[in-house]
Design a binder for this molecule. Sequence first.
Ligand code: ASP
Ligand code: MG
Length: 412
Amino acid sequence: MQIFKFGGASVKDAIGVKNLVEIVSSYTDDKVVVVVSAMGKTTNKLEELVKHALAGENYSVSLEELKSYHHEIANELLGELPERYLSFEKSLEGTLADLEQYDSMLAYDKVVPHGELMSTSIIEAYLNKNANSEWFDIRSVIRTDQYFTEANVDWVVTEKQIAKDLKPIAEKSIVVTQGFIGSDVEGNTTTLGREGSDFTGAILAYCLNADGFTVWKDVPGILNADPRILNKTEQYEKLSYREVTEMTYYGAQVIHPKTLKPIAQKSIPLIVRSFLDRSKDGTTIASENTTKTIPCFVFKGNQLLVTAQVKDHSFMNEKKLGLILQVLDLLNIKINLMQNSALTFSFCIDNKEFKSRRIKELLNRDFILSFDSPLNLATIKNYTSESFNMLPEDRSIIMEQKTANNYQVLYR
Ligand code: ASP
Ligand code: MG
């Protein structure tokens, strides 16, 4: 069995959906489960709708735009709006109308999943015209906790449910299902975090013991830098799970960070390839598989440097460091770079207003805090002496760190 994942960019219009259907229906070597995201920029649009609806603002123009975007695609493909699509559209309208009673994270998870539910309804209806396919509600098998917007998967329940309810269908038909969403024990829909459809594909690959997991993208494979930032990029042919895990740790947006663990555990090959040019093989990620270690560049903007200074002229000792790390763990904050000195501890994180407010509240009592933003963070993994020339020349360095393989610099 193979798992295919198609992201929003691949199904942003009717041509994209036709291309998906061509790829899926021409693949006859094996059974396929197709995981699809919301169409185009739908998720961003739905996030805006949530914001407006919660604030009691008028959102009808945005909602109409979102509806007509989907109608246009469905009409072009099918000449009509599928029943299932219409029922999700109706549920979206109803949910938005009642949204103000919910806390913002629960509200998000009630609204945003409609993107995936609507896209898969249209896509499966179209695929069904020339293939034996089934639409499947992934919420019926992926069980999560109630950490809304960033839910964690209950693997024991999920694995059991997939084996019982999804596997028999996938053995008979091409299954089209949603990425990014699941449900909690009470039946509330939950989401797995932005870009979470890759992770859904990995969950399915793991639980169905798939022979392979292919992520179809608008790039030819995994590149050693974001082509929007560096104009000279190289593509990796082969990478190891470990290498890609590290790349995602430093913030490379090649694949959702949670994707690697489940597929590496079962040694399932992960292939990243282009839905635009199927003649290219893309990048294969498998066990120890790295052909060469081309330096990999990761640039992250909008970084915040927090410096915590002890108040009483004692040292920044292990106890105090422990206190700070506990607070960051509690707030679910990832440190991108850190450094300590006799009296201070400095750490660089993604700059999010509500998180820095919470840091202040929780650490103000014991430390003098200072904040510096917006900064940029560049990481070069497997650096060479030439690779430093790729960094912006006029950078003014705030903090830097170099190990045997990696170099990181925080600059303004
Ligand atoms: N539609 C969701 C997002 O845009 C999930 C995904 O695309 O992976 O984040
Ligand atoms: Mg996406």
